[in-house]
Every structure is written in structure tokens, then in C-alpha cells.
Write a protein that binds this ligand. Sequence first.
Ligand code: ZN
Length: 230
Amino acid sequence: MSGLIPQHFVENLLDRIDLAELIGSRITLKKAGANYKACCPFHDEKTPSFNVRPDKGFYHCFGCGAHGDAIAFLQEYENLSFTEAVESLAAHLGLDVPYDESAKASMRKSQSLTGALEQAKDFYRQCLKQHPSASLARDYLQHRGVDAETAERFAVGYAPPEGDALVRHVDKDTLEALISVKAVTDRYERPRDLFRNRLMFPIRNSRGRTVAFGGRTLGDDKAKYINSPE
Ligand code: ZN
């Protein structure tokens, strides 16, 4: 990932950021000579073994071994990806991240994939509520003790039986993205929904974005569960 952002920009950020200020705005630091001490935010402790060395640009915990620079701290503390941590630091310093062209293209691609999966998720949710054949799915959930509120919280949905319901619902770009993650198959003459007459469970990443689907059949398909393969 770090190859997507020029290394000199990353180094420039790390040179300019005040590590004590960055960390000190998130946890309480106590000055100890040229350094700072704190109770470690990454493990449970009562006596401070977390050290910040602004002159060297790193932190180190003698308790749990947590160690790194400003970017690593943001990644760990705020659960960010490398790129997001760089974005955050750059914004703090009022700088724009100079992505190279291939990075821009790959970000656009991943945004459009996530966007397509989110659209599919919303479509399936809507179908669970409104599709004429969804009563079987709702009965199944009720039978398994899943109430409407829980279904909503986990974004459970319903894939209609037609075989092209999702295909017809989305625009051309979204369709292409869904084909590339194989939630829609193009092995036949026309694109077809991978999931038909299934209860749909979005599989989410640690940041809550839909990255794939699992679908449980409501009919007598041989495959009780299938996942979108990509
Ligand atoms: Zn620690």
C-alpha cells in the first residue's frame, strides 16, 4: 500500500508532525525530560510504560512492545489503514496527498466495488421488506427468532427468485463491478444474479463496509449456503 503514496511525501509528513501533540491530543501524556510518558493505550496497565520520543519520531511501550511512528499510532489507535492514516496526518498539516496515477485508478476501482456491493446490500434489504415473494424469508427469520430490528441491524436481505432482479436494478457500471466480484455471473448469454431465492447476509470488513455476501437458500437447492466468490 505504501507504494501508492510517494515515499518522500510520507517522510516529509513524519518530519513535520509533532508526535507529542498528535498523541497528546488523544491520551494524557506526562513530560519526562525530553520525552513523554503515559499509560499505554494498547494494553491495560496502571503504571505508565508507554514512552513518546518526539525527537526520534516514535513511541515505544515497554509493557506490550507497541512501537511505531505517527502513522503507525493512528493506524492502531483509530483503526485506520495506512492510506487513511496518511490522509489524516496530511489533512492535519493542511497538505494534499500526491497519489500517483496507478494509485488513483486503484482507489477509484475499490471505491466503485464497495459502492456496488453497498447498492446490492441495500437492494436485498429492500426486497426483504417489499418483494412479493419475501414472506417466506421473513417467516424463516421469525421462526429462527430473528426479529425485524435484528435483521435490520445486521442488514439481512432477501435475493428474489427471478434471477435477474439485481441485474435489472443497477446501472451499467455497477453491474460491471458486481460481475467482477462475481455477485452477478456472466457465464451465460445474459448476466444473471448469483443469488436467487436466498436469505442474504452481507459480509463486512472491520470498517463496516460490505465486501461480500453469504446467501442461505430458502428452497431445496443443493447448496444450502453460498458466498460470493471474490
Ligand atoms: Zn503497551
